[in-house]
Write a protein that binds this ligand. Structure first.
Ligand SMILES: Nc1ncnc2c1ncn2[C@@H]1O[C@H](COP(=O)(O)OP(=O)(O)O)[C@@H](O)[C@H]1O
Ligand SMILES: [Mg+2]
Length: 257
């Protein structure tokens, strides 16, 4: 069984891509077979794991695999073998897809269909979502049925989470599915009272079943990104490895349930 997880928060700069890359890296470092999927048309994950050229190359991409339901099998040809985990990159054409899917039939199920066509069975699939609640995020939530929510420890995060919960509820009702919240990653946690209050708010909101992992601001995270790897494959010690490793251990527990 593959545990598929969407990393989602419609706010930009919430830490989605950083969380996706380093969670995939942590799981891979624990010996798991992991696939990272960049569903954001901006292609930040694609860049952050070292495939900037794939983003605008003149070839079939995730765009074609999701646009044309007769071509789901194409997904097998899109896998890059990164040194830590496999990667399906985004493509600049994905910007068009958001509009094109709006009126298409089964528009929220395209990624599920593509995953069904995957020949390789991964232990974990981590999906980096775009910064909006459009059809691509719906695809990620429906294909995975699991979500990790990164959020900054600032009060503006509260409203964003409420809107995300509403969207998850709509999908659950429309498709009669359960979308589980697996973890919160409080990102760029600072040492001040606003951060403390937000951490408290997260803990009350999510309860004990959904742990809150605290990631601080570290230049090592950015330097690893610039080198095309997670902090686990980067030749620099970073104290946040322990946090992502705890998150990976939690995901192992979820997978074993
Ligand atoms: N904990 C962190 N420490 C240092 N830089 C970070 C951290 N989290 C995110 N960043 C940086 O902040 C920017 C936004 O983060 P990102 O993960 O891209 O958010 P999102 O994907 O939600 O838009 C990126 O440039 C990223 O490198
Ligand atoms: Mg991002």
């Amino acid at each position: 069984m593959t545990l598929k997880i969407a990393v989602s928060n419609q706010k930009g700069g919430a830490g989605k891509t950083t969380t996706a890359i380093n969670t995939a890296g942590a799981l891979a470092a624990r010996g798991h077979d992991v696939l990272g999927v960049d569903l954001d048309p901006q292609g930040h994950f694609t860049e952050g794991v070292g495939y900037p050229e794939a983003y605008d190359e003149d070839a079939d991409s995730l765009y074609e695999a999701l646009l044309d339901i007769t071509r789901s099998e194409l997904i097998n040809d899109l896998v890059h073998e990164h040194e830590e985990f496999d990667v399906i990159t985004s493509h600049i054409d994905m910007f068009k897809l958001e509009g094109e899917l709006t009126t298409a039939r089964r528009r929220e199920e395209r990624l599920s269909m593509a995953f069904d066509a995957l020949e390789h069975e991964y232990d974990y699939i981590i999906i980096d979502c775009p910064p909006n609640l459009g059809p691509l995020t719906d695809n990620a939530l429906l294909a995975s049925r699991n979500v990790i929510i990164p959020a900054p420890t600032r009060s503006t995060a509260m409203r964003a989470l409420e809107i995300l919960f509403d969207q998850i509820e709509i999908l659950e009702e429309t498709y009669d599915v359960d979308i589980r919240q697996l973890a919160v990653v409080a990102n760029e946690v600072t040492q001040d009272s606003e951060a403390d209050e937000m951490l408290e708010w997260f803990r009350n909101l999510f309860g004990e079943a959904v742990p809150v992992f605290e990631v601080r601001k570290r230049v090592a995270l950015q330097r690893a990104w610039n080198s095309g790897v997670s902090i686990f494959a980067h030749d620099e010690e970073c104290d946040m490895e322990a946090v992502y490793d705890d998150l990976a251990a939690h995901l192992e527990e979820v997978a074993a349930r």
